[in-house]
Design a protein around this ligand. Sequence first.
Ligand code: GDP
Length: 556
Amino acid sequence: MSSSPDTVAREVRRRRTFAIISHPDAGKSTMTEALALHARMISEAGAVHGKAGRKATVSDWMEMEKARGISVSSTALQFNYTPTGLGNDDPDDDVEAAYAGSAGERVDEPHVINLVDTPGHADFSEDTYRVLTAVDAAVMLIDAAKGLEPQTLKLFQVCRHRGIPVITVINKWDRPGQTPLELIDEISERIGLTPTPLYVPVGIAGDFRGLLDRRSGTYIKFSRTAGGAKIAPEELLDAQRAAATEGDAWTAAVEESELLSEMGQDHDQEMFLAGETSPMIFTSAMLNFGVRQLLEALVELAPAPAGRADVDGTVREVTDPFSAVVFKVQAGMDSSHRDRLAYMRIVSGEFERGMVVTHAQTGRPFATKYAQAVFGRDRSTVDTAYPGDVVGLVNATALAPGDTLYDGPRVEFPPIGSFAPEHFATLRARSAGKYKQFRKAMDQLESEGVVQVLRNNTRGDASPVLAAVGPMQFEVVTARMLAEFTVETDLEPLGYSLARRTDDTSSPELDRQRGVEVFTRTDGALLALFSDKWRLQFIEKEHPDLTLEPLVAAAD
Ligand code: GDP
């Protein structure tokens, strides 16, 4: 039996679903581990926080998951978190004491945090963008020394396009880097997002002592633990004691905070939710400094899951009967048998494993007997799930990214949309005798959203053009063609670097231009490909009447 709307509403209120967006090496994995540590999911962070140490932790999970027969993937990490309330409690408590002291006393239910993984650099692809359709907030993790980096920028553009509120985290503050004001300026100027620091670091980058809590004016002083393996103890000091303890470093932090207030850079919840401002926190994921503050910000400021508009614009409210959107499909993860996992984000209602739902795109029933909590350590989370949660469905051959599943009144959510491809290549079967398998494989991979496929009459069907957000997508295609369909293929990069959406009226003229070619994508969209932006600009100038619309794009 399904729970009442009241139960669903209560579950929704305590949920937060977010993703970390960052450039490779900014510390996403280390931060994920630090969050798990603070949520008491693990008792110790990897003794060495380097890649090797972390891999050990992750593979332990995998082994465990394998042993329990659940999925081997890190698509979503779910954990409970009970705010410790430190800051309102006894200033002399360190965080350990705060945890111990508050356990059992708090009547509030813990929060349920869903951290949806964005694939790292190695898998950089359209998948990364699709993940952002499944979250309600994003944490933009920035390396203090490097500032904004290309991948962060791209992902941020997607957040902006989708109206996802962003919390900014300046990580690695324990290492030399830029000043807070330099980083703030860079973010304001380059992406037009106004950072509103919740805390100002005490001590320059490389000398991370603690955080000035701008809302209370108090000082949270951190202590290191051996190897940064444990939660860093915190000490709460009032301004006077902070000044006595930290001297100039405290004065500098106070001045910075005042300057920010004068510039109007104090947190404003409405502006944050509107995507105008971004609460900012300084952390060292490696030392576990500032991690609790990040969790508190997520719980306090990030929005709980909300209803979603369907194709007709009618909102499916979170308390309505079950509905979900598939945002990612992953195949061939288990080499012994070719399984296909579809990940859905629940939009409304209660999900119970075993319920038979409807696949909106085909109208067919879909049995959910094999639903999995994908990073689940706790089997019970598999059986019931609520809006904001991510559930993996095994052998979901009919499901593609963007598809809707529902129970009760019919609903279909708008498609996720394809992202602007920047890499183009032709693909053909090495042996003409394999053409039939090649076609079949192409259809299959395309339906999974592995790559976009473009065709035109000139090139014909034997060598379609693949279009991708990241070149890694091509490698996935050729590898899977071989492994799953035994088709050897030849991939040839094409000299185009950007695409614009056009229409039937404009395409004949575009086809006549040098350095331009028009294609039909499988969804019916007409795409004009250009060798480079100068070619595009030239054509736009010469033929201002042509339809050339940017696609959902990444930053230039
Ligand atoms: P990812 O590629 O974003 O997942 O980054 P990782 O978490 O793998 O971190 C990249 C490197 O930066 C690793 O060597 C980490 O140990 C290191 N690192 C991550 N966070 C911090 C931090 O807060 N301080 C310092 N000093 N190093 C960090």
